[in-house]
Design a binder for this molecule. Structure first.
Ligand code: SAH
Length: 456
Protein backbone atom coordinates (compact mmCIF):
# COMPACT_ATOMS: atom_id res chain seq x y z
CA UNK A 1 0.00 0.00 0.00
CA UNK A 2 1.25 3.45 -0.85
CA UNK A 3 1.93 5.56 2.22
CA UNK A 4 -0.16 8.70 2.37
CA UNK A 5 1.15 11.68 4.32
CA UNK A 6 -1.35 12.93 6.92
CA UNK A 7 -0.99 16.51 5.61
CA UNK A 8 -1.71 18.10 2.24
CA UNK A 9 0.09 20.92 0.50
CA UNK A 10 -1.53 24.37 0.85
CA UNK A 11 -3.88 23.16 3.63
CA UNK A 12 -3.76 24.87 7.03
CA UNK A 13 -3.59 23.06 10.38
CA UNK A 14 -3.61 24.06 14.06
CA UNK A 15 -0.45 22.72 15.68
CA UNK A 16 1.74 23.14 18.76
CA UNK A 17 5.47 23.40 18.09
CA UNK A 18 7.33 20.73 20.09
CA UNK A 19 10.96 21.10 19.26
CA UNK A 20 13.65 23.08 17.45
CA UNK A 21 15.93 21.37 14.93
CA UNK A 22 19.62 21.75 14.49
CA UNK A 23 18.82 24.12 11.59
CA UNK A 24 16.71 26.29 13.90
CA UNK A 25 13.34 25.21 12.44
CA UNK A 26 10.39 24.57 14.75
CA UNK A 27 8.97 21.03 14.62
CA UNK A 28 5.31 20.09 14.97
CA UNK A 29 3.83 16.62 14.49
CA UNK A 30 0.56 15.45 13.01
CA UNK A 31 -0.02 11.72 13.53
CA UNK A 32 3.69 11.47 14.28
CA UNK A 33 4.58 12.99 10.91
CA UNK A 34 7.07 15.85 11.42
CA UNK A 35 6.53 19.27 9.88
CA UNK A 36 9.38 21.78 9.88
CA UNK A 37 8.34 25.41 10.27
CA UNK A 38 10.76 28.36 10.07
CA UNK A 39 10.31 31.20 12.58
CA UNK A 40 8.38 29.07 15.05
CA UNK A 41 9.46 28.15 18.58
CA UNK A 42 8.78 25.28 21.00
CA UNK A 43 5.55 25.80 22.96
CA UNK A 44 3.97 28.08 20.38
CA UNK A 45 0.44 27.31 19.19
CA UNK A 46 0.15 28.28 15.56
CA UNK A 47 -1.93 28.05 12.46
CA UNK A 48 0.41 26.51 9.93
CA UNK A 49 0.12 26.19 6.16
CA UNK A 50 1.88 23.25 4.54
CA UNK A 51 4.26 24.40 1.80
CA UNK A 52 5.87 21.12 0.78
CA UNK A 53 5.24 17.44 1.45
CA UNK A 54 8.01 14.85 1.18
CA UNK A 55 7.94 11.14 1.99
CA UNK A 56 8.81 11.30 5.66
CA UNK A 57 8.34 14.97 6.55
CA UNK A 58 6.81 18.24 5.38
CA UNK A 59 7.59 21.95 5.48
CA UNK A 60 5.15 24.55 6.68
CA UNK A 61 4.83 28.29 7.17
CA UNK A 62 3.35 30.17 10.12
CA UNK A 63 0.05 31.76 9.07
CA UNK A 64 -0.76 33.16 12.51
CA UNK A 65 0.05 32.66 16.19
CA UNK A 66 -2.49 31.65 18.83
CA UNK A 67 0.21 31.86 21.51
CA UNK A 68 3.82 32.96 21.42
CA UNK A 69 6.88 31.67 23.27
CA UNK A 70 8.16 33.80 26.16
CA UNK A 71 11.60 33.35 24.55
CA UNK A 72 10.51 35.03 21.32
CA UNK A 73 12.06 38.36 20.42
CA UNK A 74 10.63 40.46 17.64
CA UNK A 75 12.32 39.99 14.26
CA UNK A 76 14.93 42.61 13.50
CA UNK A 77 14.52 42.04 9.83
CA UNK A 78 12.43 39.46 8.03
CA UNK A 79 15.12 39.06 5.40
CA UNK A 80 17.45 37.48 7.93
CA UNK A 81 15.04 34.60 8.40
CA UNK A 82 14.23 34.44 4.68
CA UNK A 83 17.88 34.06 3.82
CA UNK A 84 19.24 32.06 6.70
CA UNK A 85 21.78 34.74 7.65
CA UNK A 86 20.48 34.72 11.21
CA UNK A 87 18.06 31.78 11.51
CA UNK A 88 17.82 32.07 15.32
CA UNK A 89 17.29 35.82 15.53
CA UNK A 90 13.72 35.29 16.80
CA UNK A 91 14.99 33.39 19.85
CA UNK A 92 16.17 35.44 22.87
CA UNK A 93 19.94 35.12 23.32
CA UNK A 94 19.87 33.32 26.71
CA UNK A 95 17.49 30.76 25.14
CA UNK A 96 19.86 30.35 22.17
CA UNK A 97 22.65 29.50 24.60
CA UNK A 98 20.45 26.93 26.35
CA UNK A 99 19.38 25.49 22.99
CA UNK A 100 23.02 24.85 22.11
CA UNK A 101 23.79 23.21 25.45
CA UNK A 102 20.72 20.96 25.11
CA UNK A 103 21.58 20.12 21.53
CA UNK A 104 24.82 18.45 22.66
CA UNK A 105 23.25 16.87 25.74
CA UNK A 106 20.42 15.36 23.69
CA UNK A 107 22.81 13.73 21.24
CA UNK A 108 24.75 12.12 24.09
CA UNK A 109 21.47 10.92 25.66
CA UNK A 110 20.45 9.36 22.38
CA UNK A 111 23.78 7.54 22.25
CA UNK A 112 23.09 6.23 25.81
CA UNK A 113 25.92 8.31 27.20
CA UNK A 114 23.89 10.31 29.70
CA UNK A 115 26.72 10.23 32.23
CA UNK A 116 28.52 12.81 30.05
CA UNK A 117 27.61 16.28 31.28
CA UNK A 118 27.40 19.48 29.29
CA UNK A 119 27.99 22.88 30.95
CA UNK A 120 26.05 26.05 30.13
CA UNK A 121 27.16 27.70 26.89
CA UNK A 122 29.70 30.52 27.13
CA UNK A 123 28.05 33.38 25.23
CA UNK A 124 28.88 36.86 24.00
CA UNK A 125 27.97 40.11 25.66
CA UNK A 126 26.93 41.65 22.36
CA UNK A 127 25.89 38.75 20.15
CA UNK A 128 25.88 40.50 16.77
CA UNK A 129 28.27 42.33 14.43
CA UNK A 130 30.92 39.72 15.20
CA UNK A 131 31.87 38.08 11.88
CA UNK A 132 35.29 39.10 10.59
CA UNK A 133 34.67 37.59 7.15
CA UNK A 134 31.93 37.98 4.57
CA UNK A 135 31.30 36.11 1.32
CA UNK A 136 28.61 38.02 -0.51
CA UNK A 137 27.10 36.85 -3.81
CA UNK A 138 26.87 39.40 -6.63
CA UNK A 139 23.94 39.14 -9.05
CA UNK A 140 21.74 41.29 -11.22
CA UNK A 141 18.46 42.32 -9.58
CA UNK A 142 16.09 44.68 -11.41
CA UNK A 143 18.73 45.44 -14.03
CA UNK A 144 21.41 46.41 -11.48
CA UNK A 145 24.47 44.76 -9.99
CA UNK A 146 23.34 43.90 -6.46
CA UNK A 147 24.80 42.36 -3.30
CA UNK A 148 22.81 40.43 -0.73
CA UNK A 149 22.11 36.87 0.23
CA UNK A 150 20.29 33.87 -1.19
CA UNK A 151 16.73 33.19 -0.13
CA UNK A 152 16.65 29.94 1.88
CA UNK A 153 16.92 26.81 -0.30
CA UNK A 154 17.32 28.84 -3.48
CA UNK A 155 19.74 30.93 -5.47
CA UNK A 156 17.47 34.01 -5.66
CA UNK A 157 19.32 37.01 -4.36
CA UNK A 158 17.64 39.12 -1.67
CA UNK A 159 19.29 42.58 -1.66
CA UNK A 160 20.80 43.26 1.80
CA UNK A 161 23.09 46.03 3.04
CA UNK A 162 23.06 45.37 6.79
CA UNK A 163 24.02 41.77 7.48
CA UNK A 164 23.51 42.08 11.26
CA UNK A 165 26.03 39.45 12.35
CA UNK A 166 28.96 40.85 10.34
CA UNK A 167 31.46 43.47 11.46
CA UNK A 168 29.58 46.68 10.46
CA UNK A 169 32.77 47.96 8.80
CA UNK A 170 32.59 44.96 6.46
CA UNK A 171 28.95 45.73 5.66
CA UNK A 172 29.94 49.29 4.74
CA UNK A 173 32.82 48.05 2.59
CA UNK A 174 30.54 45.70 0.64
CA UNK A 175 28.23 48.59 -0.25
CA UNK A 176 31.21 50.75 -1.31
CA UNK A 177 32.59 47.96 -3.52
CA UNK A 178 29.12 47.28 -4.98
CA UNK A 179 28.83 50.95 -5.94
CA UNK A 180 32.30 50.97 -7.50
CA UNK A 181 31.45 47.89 -9.60
CA UNK A 182 28.25 49.63 -10.71
CA UNK A 183 30.13 52.81 -11.55
CA UNK A 184 32.56 50.98 -13.84
CA UNK A 185 29.82 48.79 -15.35
CA UNK A 186 31.39 45.53 -14.25
CA UNK A 187 28.97 42.74 -15.09
CA UNK A 188 27.58 40.59 -12.28
CA UNK A 189 27.65 36.81 -12.64
CA UNK A 190 24.63 35.16 -14.19
CA UNK A 191 24.31 31.67 -12.79
CA UNK A 192 21.75 30.40 -15.33
CA UNK A 193 23.74 31.33 -18.41
CA UNK A 194 27.15 31.13 -16.70
CA UNK A 195 28.09 34.58 -18.01
CA UNK A 196 29.23 37.84 -16.42
CA UNK A 197 32.29 38.70 -14.37
CA UNK A 198 32.04 39.05 -10.58
CA UNK A 199 30.49 36.12 -8.70
CA UNK A 200 31.27 36.91 -5.08
CA UNK A 201 32.89 39.63 -3.00
CA UNK A 202 34.82 38.31 -0.05
CA UNK A 203 35.99 40.71 2.65
CA UNK A 204 38.07 39.90 5.70
CA UNK A 205 38.87 42.44 8.41
CA UNK A 206 41.27 42.06 11.31
CA UNK A 207 39.22 42.75 14.44
CA UNK A 208 42.21 44.18 16.29
CA UNK A 209 44.45 45.27 13.39
CA UNK A 210 41.66 46.83 11.26
CA UNK A 211 43.50 45.56 8.18
CA UNK A 212 41.09 44.67 5.39
CA UNK A 213 41.38 42.17 2.51
CA UNK A 214 39.09 42.33 -0.52
CA UNK A 215 38.81 39.28 -2.78
CA UNK A 216 36.88 39.60 -6.03
CA UNK A 217 35.90 36.10 -7.10
CA UNK A 218 35.32 36.15 -10.84
CA UNK A 219 34.18 33.81 -13.59
CA UNK A 220 36.15 35.72 -16.24
CA UNK A 221 39.94 35.98 -16.16
CA UNK A 222 39.80 39.65 -16.93
CA UNK A 223 38.00 42.30 -14.93
CA UNK A 224 37.22 45.21 -17.28
CA UNK A 225 38.53 48.51 -15.88
CA UNK A 226 40.40 46.51 -13.21
CA UNK A 227 42.91 49.32 -12.64
CA UNK A 228 40.17 51.90 -12.06
CA UNK A 229 38.20 49.53 -9.82
CA UNK A 230 41.28 48.86 -7.68
CA UNK A 231 42.17 52.55 -7.45
CA UNK A 232 38.64 53.41 -6.36
CA UNK A 233 38.60 50.66 -3.70
CA UNK A 234 41.94 51.87 -2.31
CA UNK A 235 40.81 55.47 -2.24
CA UNK A 236 37.44 54.86 -0.66
CA UNK A 237 38.46 52.13 1.79
CA UNK A 238 41.73 53.19 3.43
CA UNK A 239 41.80 50.09 5.68
CA UNK A 240 42.31 47.85 2.64
CA UNK A 241 45.80 46.31 2.61
CA UNK A 242 45.22 43.59 0.05
CA UNK A 243 43.10 43.32 -3.10
CA UNK A 244 43.01 39.89 -4.70
CA UNK A 245 41.28 38.40 -7.72
CA UNK A 246 40.36 34.75 -7.48
CA UNK A 247 39.28 33.17 -10.77
CA UNK A 248 36.62 30.49 -10.52
CA UNK A 249 35.42 29.64 -14.04
CA UNK A 250 33.62 26.45 -12.99
CA UNK A 251 29.86 25.98 -12.77
CA UNK A 252 29.90 25.08 -9.11
CA UNK A 253 28.80 26.07 -5.63
CA UNK A 254 32.41 25.92 -4.46
CA UNK A 255 33.40 29.49 -3.79
CA UNK A 256 37.09 29.84 -4.49
CA UNK A 257 38.89 28.79 -7.66
CA UNK A 258 42.54 27.76 -7.85
CA UNK A 259 43.92 30.78 -9.72
CA UNK A 260 44.74 33.81 -7.64
CA UNK A 261 46.16 37.19 -8.66
CA UNK A 262 47.20 39.96 -6.34
CA UNK A 263 45.65 43.09 -7.86
CA UNK A 264 47.18 45.37 -5.29
CA UNK A 265 49.06 45.29 -1.98
CA UNK A 266 49.91 42.31 0.16
CA UNK A 267 48.79 38.68 -0.24
CA UNK A 268 47.92 38.54 3.47
CA UNK A 269 46.42 40.67 6.20
CA UNK A 270 47.33 40.43 9.87
CA UNK A 271 45.33 40.12 13.04
CA UNK A 272 46.03 39.48 16.71
CA UNK A 273 44.77 36.73 19.01
CA UNK A 274 45.95 36.08 22.59
CA UNK A 275 48.74 38.62 22.11
CA UNK A 276 50.12 36.87 19.01
CA UNK A 277 50.14 38.23 15.45
CA UNK A 278 48.84 36.14 12.58
CA UNK A 279 49.20 36.48 8.82
CA UNK A 280 46.04 35.30 7.04
CA UNK A 281 45.79 34.63 3.30
CA UNK A 282 42.60 34.55 1.22
CA UNK A 283 42.04 30.80 1.28
CA UNK A 284 43.27 29.99 4.78
CA UNK A 285 40.83 29.12 7.50
CA UNK A 286 40.64 31.69 10.28
CA UNK A 287 38.02 31.60 13.04
CA UNK A 288 35.25 34.08 12.23
CA UNK A 289 34.40 35.34 15.72
CA UNK A 290 37.54 36.94 17.16
CA UNK A 291 36.19 37.78 20.63
CA UNK A 292 34.94 34.22 21.22
CA UNK A 293 38.04 32.70 19.59
CA UNK A 294 40.19 34.29 22.29
CA UNK A 295 38.00 32.55 24.88
CA UNK A 296 38.02 29.28 22.91
CA UNK A 297 41.80 29.11 22.63
CA UNK A 298 42.22 30.14 26.28
CA UNK A 299 39.92 27.30 27.23
CA UNK A 300 41.73 24.79 25.01
CA UNK A 301 45.08 25.80 26.56
CA UNK A 302 43.68 25.54 30.09
CA UNK A 303 42.18 22.12 29.35
CA UNK A 304 45.47 20.85 27.91
CA UNK A 305 47.05 21.46 31.39
CA UNK A 306 50.51 22.41 30.11
CA UNK A 307 53.53 22.91 32.36
CA UNK A 308 56.19 23.63 29.74
CA UNK A 309 57.41 20.02 29.52
CA UNK A 310 54.83 18.58 27.14
CA UNK A 311 54.93 17.48 23.54
CA UNK A 312 51.70 18.54 21.84
CA UNK A 313 50.14 17.70 18.47
CA UNK A 314 47.70 20.25 17.02
CA UNK A 315 45.83 18.41 14.28
CA UNK A 316 43.81 20.45 11.78
CA UNK A 317 45.96 23.41 12.78
CA UNK A 318 44.99 25.91 10.04
CA UNK A 319 47.40 28.87 10.15
CA UNK A 320 48.81 27.60 13.44
CA UNK A 321 46.77 29.70 15.85
CA UNK A 322 46.27 27.05 18.56
CA UNK A 323 49.77 25.60 18.01
CA UNK A 324 51.47 28.95 18.54
CA UNK A 325 49.28 29.87 21.49
CA UNK A 326 50.19 26.51 23.11
CA UNK A 327 53.88 26.65 22.21
CA UNK A 328 54.47 29.23 24.93
CA UNK A 329 53.32 26.67 27.52
CA UNK A 330 54.79 23.46 26.04
CA UNK A 331 58.15 21.94 25.12
CA UNK A 332 57.29 21.30 21.49
CA UNK A 333 54.20 21.57 19.30
CA UNK A 334 53.61 19.72 16.02
CA UNK A 335 50.91 21.05 13.69
CA UNK A 336 49.35 19.32 10.67
CA UNK A 337 46.93 20.78 8.15
CA UNK A 338 45.74 19.83 4.67
CA UNK A 339 45.85 23.29 3.01
CA UNK A 340 49.43 24.07 2.04
CA UNK A 341 48.85 27.86 1.97
CA UNK A 342 47.67 27.67 5.57
CA UNK A 343 50.86 25.80 6.55
CA UNK A 344 52.94 28.45 4.79
CA UNK A 345 51.05 31.05 6.82
CA UNK A 346 51.66 28.99 9.98
CA UNK A 347 55.41 28.98 9.34
CA UNK A 348 55.41 32.74 8.75
CA UNK A 349 53.38 33.16 11.91
CA UNK A 350 55.93 31.21 13.95
CA UNK A 351 58.64 33.58 12.68
CA UNK A 352 56.51 36.70 13.18
CA UNK A 353 56.07 35.74 16.83
CA UNK A 354 59.64 34.42 17.25
CA UNK A 355 58.39 31.01 18.31
CA UNK A 356 60.86 28.22 17.58
CA UNK A 357 59.50 25.13 19.34
CA UNK A 358 56.93 24.35 16.62
CA UNK A 359 56.95 22.21 13.51
CA UNK A 360 54.29 22.49 10.80
CA UNK A 361 53.56 19.85 8.18
CA UNK A 362 51.20 19.88 5.20
CA UNK A 363 49.16 16.70 4.94
CA UNK A 364 46.03 14.84 5.80
CA UNK A 365 45.84 14.62 9.57
CA UNK A 366 44.97 10.89 9.46
CA UNK A 367 48.05 10.08 7.31
CA UNK A 368 50.42 12.31 9.22
CA UNK A 369 49.36 10.85 12.58
CA UNK A 370 50.18 7.39 11.32
CA UNK A 371 53.60 8.65 10.18
CA UNK A 372 54.35 10.34 13.49
CA UNK A 373 53.27 7.21 15.28
CA UNK A 374 55.56 5.07 13.12
CA UNK A 375 58.39 7.54 13.86
CA UNK A 376 57.86 6.95 17.57
CA UNK A 377 56.52 10.42 18.44
CA UNK A 378 54.97 10.35 21.93
CA UNK A 379 52.70 13.36 22.44
CA UNK A 380 51.44 14.12 25.94
CA UNK A 381 48.48 16.04 24.59
CA UNK A 382 46.69 15.95 21.23
CA UNK A 383 44.45 18.86 20.27
CA UNK A 384 42.00 18.36 17.43
CA UNK A 385 39.84 20.97 15.73
CA UNK A 386 38.41 19.17 12.69
CA UNK A 387 35.84 20.43 10.16
CA UNK A 388 32.17 19.39 10.47
CA UNK A 389 32.73 15.85 9.32
CA UNK A 390 34.83 15.15 12.41
CA UNK A 391 37.72 12.71 12.73
CA UNK A 392 38.55 9.78 10.46
CA UNK A 393 38.60 6.40 12.29
CA UNK A 394 42.25 5.96 11.19
CA UNK A 395 43.03 9.25 12.87
CA UNK A 396 41.60 8.07 16.19
CA UNK A 397 43.37 4.71 15.81
CA UNK A 398 46.79 6.36 15.33
CA UNK A 399 46.12 9.00 17.99
CA UNK A 400 45.17 6.50 20.70
CA UNK A 401 48.06 4.18 19.84
CA UNK A 402 50.41 7.06 20.70
CA UNK A 403 48.79 6.97 24.16
CA UNK A 404 48.56 10.69 24.93
CA UNK A 405 47.42 11.45 28.49
CA UNK A 406 44.84 13.84 27.18
CA UNK A 407 42.95 14.75 24.01
CA UNK A 408 41.34 18.18 23.75
CA UNK A 409 38.61 18.03 21.13
CA UNK A 410 37.36 21.35 19.72
CA UNK A 411 34.21 20.50 17.78
CA UNK A 412 31.95 22.49 15.48
CA UNK A 413 29.48 19.61 15.01
CA UNK A 414 28.05 17.78 18.04
CA UNK A 415 26.82 14.86 15.90
CA UNK A 416 30.31 13.88 14.79
CA UNK A 417 31.66 14.70 18.27
CA UNK A 418 29.39 12.05 19.80
CA UNK A 419 30.40 9.50 17.16
CA UNK A 420 34.11 10.22 17.72
CA UNK A 421 33.81 10.14 21.52
CA UNK A 422 32.34 6.62 21.17
CA UNK A 423 35.34 5.56 19.09
CA UNK A 424 37.74 7.03 21.66
CA UNK A 425 35.85 5.19 24.41
CA UNK A 426 36.33 1.91 22.60
CA UNK A 427 40.08 2.65 22.62
CA UNK A 428 40.49 3.29 26.34
CA UNK A 429 39.63 6.97 26.70
CA UNK A 430 36.77 8.68 28.55
CA UNK A 431 35.29 12.16 28.76
CA UNK A 432 36.83 13.36 32.02
CA UNK A 433 34.85 16.56 32.70
CA UNK A 434 31.74 18.39 31.51
CA UNK A 435 31.78 19.42 27.86
CA UNK A 436 31.89 23.21 27.46
CA UNK A 437 29.87 24.75 24.61
CA UNK A 438 31.11 28.13 23.48
CA UNK A 439 29.01 30.26 21.16
CA UNK A 440 31.08 31.14 18.11
CA UNK A 441 28.02 31.82 15.94
CA UNK A 442 25.30 33.81 17.74
CA UNK A 443 21.92 34.05 15.93
CA UNK A 444 22.70 30.84 14.05
CA UNK A 445 22.26 27.22 15.19
CA UNK A 446 25.97 26.32 14.91
CA UNK A 447 27.32 24.68 18.05
CA UNK A 448 30.99 24.80 19.04
CA UNK A 449 32.34 22.99 22.10
CA UNK A 450 35.44 21.79 23.93
CA UNK A 451 35.68 18.20 25.21
CA UNK A 452 38.48 16.67 27.26
CA UNK A 453 39.23 12.97 26.86
CA UNK A 454 41.68 11.20 29.18
CA UNK A 455 43.20 7.75 29.25
CA UNK A 456 41.20 5.34 31.45
N1 SAH B 1 42.58 25.14 14.52
C1 SAH B 1 42.49 26.07 13.43
C2 SAH B 1 41.72 25.54 12.21
C3 SAH B 1 40.43 24.81 12.47
S1 SAH B 1 39.38 24.59 11.07
C4 SAH B 1 41.90 27.37 13.89
O1 SAH B 1 41.31 27.45 14.97
O2 SAH B 1 42.06 28.36 13.18
C5 SAH B 1 39.77 23.03 10.46
C6 SAH B 1 40.99 22.96 9.60
O3 SAH B 1 41.16 21.60 9.21
C7 SAH B 1 40.94 23.78 8.32
O4 SAH B 1 42.07 24.61 8.27
C8 SAH B 1 40.99 22.71 7.20
O5 SAH B 1 41.71 23.13 6.07
C9 SAH B 1 41.68 21.58 7.89
N2 SAH B 1 41.43 20.19 7.39
C10 SAH B 1 40.31 19.69 6.84
N3 SAH B 1 40.44 18.37 6.59
C11 SAH B 1 41.69 18.03 6.99
C12 SAH B 1 42.42 16.78 7.01
N4 SAH B 1 41.89 15.65 6.57
N5 SAH B 1 43.66 16.81 7.54
C13 SAH B 1 44.21 17.95 8.01
N6 SAH B 1 43.57 19.14 8.01
C14 SAH B 1 42.32 19.18 7.51
Amino acid sequence: MKFKAPVTKNETYDVTVMDLTYQGMGVAKIENFPIFIANSLPGEEIVMKVTKVAKTYAFGRVESWKSKSPDRVELKNKQYTQTGIAPLQHLAYPAQLEFKQHQIQELFYKAHLDQIEVSPTIGMEKPYGYRNKAQIPVREVNGQLTTGFYRRNSHDLVPIEDFYIQDPEIDKAIVVIRDILRQFHVEPYNETNHTGVVRTIMVRRGHYSHEMMVVLITRAKKIPMAFEVVEAIRKQLPEVKSIIQNVNAAQTNVLLGKEEKILWGSNVIHDQLLGLTFAISADSFYQVNPEQTNKLYDLAIKKAVLTGKETVIDAYCGIGTISLAMAKHAKKVYGVEIVDKAIQDAKINAQLNKIKNVKFVTGKAEDQMAKWQADGLKPDVIVVDPPRKGLAPEFIAAATEMQPKRVVYVSCNPATLVRDVQTFMAKGYHVSQPIIPLDQFPQTPHVESVTVLEQD
